[in-house]
Unconditional design. Sequence first.
Length: 201
Amino acid sequence: MSGEIIRTFSSPGTGPTGLAWDGKHLWIADHGSGKAYLVTVNGVEIKSFVMPAGIRTGLAHDGKYLWLSDRANDRIRQLTINGIEIRSFASPGGDPTGIAWDGKHLWVCDITADKIYQINLDGTIIRSITAPTSTPYGLAHDGKHLWNGGYSDGRTYQIGINGAVMKSFAAPTTTIAGMTLDGKHIWLSDYSSKTIYCIRP
């Protein structure tokens, strides 16, 4: 059943936001501690590094690098897996939250504009769609469709790249701060309870 909890664990930090899947392990951006953590699917910490200063909200992995969205400075940052910043550029909106990688481009939520933008790796906007929730935060791409979580409405949405909602269901938390996919399941971060959830799509 969609939304069924497979497993949970406590985040290693105090304020988990963005999540990213690297093919084997989970990356967690934590605004509370200012660190990014690499953990196993059981929550065992493998490594961590201090992220650039800001309000770190979204995290994506492109197969080699991490991409971080920063609400405080309205920036998208490209980082190595050791935390070295390679470059940054202005977010397409003024209040970036979730970020996802589709294999070629980035998608970025904007919680003020209630938009989701597809952008090139220099920040150029390719398209924008209206988010299915007024508080778009967690964002993921499954190779064909987008998945979006609302920070205050407690729902998970599968949407087409044209913005059409394909399905939605209740999430186990009302404060979805991060989202990623591992090829089979959805992972969510709950900022309030500092919990990481693995659920069925």
